[in-house]
Design a protein around this ligand. Structure first.
Ligand code: ATP
Ligand code: MG
Length: 268
């Protein structure tokens, strides 16, 4: 166990339960995310990834269990939680009729930050969007839109960032662009919780991985084999052969896995 893994978690989820009517989606989800790390919540369609993120983002109340973000409880300190994170939802929330730069400036103004133009220019530069900064977002590719959406998450330097399926719907080139963007985010010390249906994406980006499984049980594991690129072990609770997708194959089931090595990032 590393020093990082013993730190006070930036996100702590314990016994989380949530149903929609008679549909039980989360039935006891537990995981911790250490500060400054990237955590991937891996699961198939309908496994409860967005439900979990919405609870963490105070957009949805759990039926049972607790969730703490940046030291604040989502149930009792929702305002403090909301000050602590940014949320890039499953569908990019950018304004098509504005330019990329104008989108960034708008967010900085809404947050009452000083010098919104400088903040926008810095983010455009960091995410290789300077050349497209003056263009309307309606002319952007899917990958560029997603990169802009994620760049907007950085305005105000939130300590915690939620990225809900940041690459769903993107072509391979767009996915790689977004991966680079997430790595850029991670390199600046933020705590990132991302959801994905893709095992290879989780392997590329995450320090730790948890897999949401039929009904939503989730367990996390320490990361002993950081030099291994092998597949995760199957869970004793897994009924199906593949709990995730590797790029295009579909599946559902569950376990947690130690993460792959972080090869191209330095952490502060
Ligand atoms: N507001 C709602 N009312 C009823 N059912 C809902 C609601 N929101 C989600 N669900 C259902 O809950 C289950 C989990 O949904 P959720 O969006 O959390 O899954 P997900 O893992 O994010 O899936 P995807 O990969 O498709 O985005 C699904 O069966 C979904 O249809
Ligand atoms: Mg979802």
């Amino acid at each position: 166990m590393t020093a990082r893994s013993t730190a006070v978690p930036a996100i702590r989820v314990q016994g989380l339960e949530r149903s929609y009517g008679t549909l039980e989606v989360l039935r006891g989800v537990d995981f911790d995310v250490a500060p400054g790390t990237v955590f991937a919540l891996l699961g198939s369609n309908g496994s409860g990834k967005t439900t979990t993120v919405r609870i963490l983002a105070t957009l949805l109340e759990p039926d049972a269990g607790t969730a703490v973000v940046n030291g604040f409880d989502v149930a009792t300190q929702p305002a403090r939680v909301r000050e602590s994170f940014s949320h890039a939802g499953q569908f990019a929330a950018v304004d098509d009729i504005l330019s990329g730069r104008e989108n960034l400036v708008l967010i900085a103004r809404l947050l009452h930050l000083t010098d919104p133009g400088a903040i926008a220019d810095d983010l455009l530069d960091r995410f290789s969007l300077t050349g497209a900064g003056a263009r309307k977002v309606s002319t952007y590719s899917g990958g560029m839109r997603r990169r802009l959406d994620i760049a907007m998450s950085l305005v105000g330097n939130p300590p915690v960032i939620f990225l809900d399926e940041p690459t769903t719907g993107l072509d391979p080139e767009g996915r790689i662009e977004v991966w680079q963007t997430v790595k850029e985010l991670a390199g600046h010390g933020a705590t990132i919780l991302l959801t994905t249906q893709y095992l290879d994406e989780a392997e590329q980006l995450a320090d730790r991985i948890a897999i949401l499984h039929q009904g939503g049980s989730s367990r996390t594991a320490p990361c002993p084999n950081s030099g291994s690129a092998s597949r995760p072990p199957r869970s004793s609770t897994s009924r199906n052969s593949r709990p995730w997708r590797r790029s295009s194959s579909r599946s559902s089931a569950a376990t947690t896995k130690p993460p792959p090595p972080r090869t191209r990032r330095e952490r502060g």
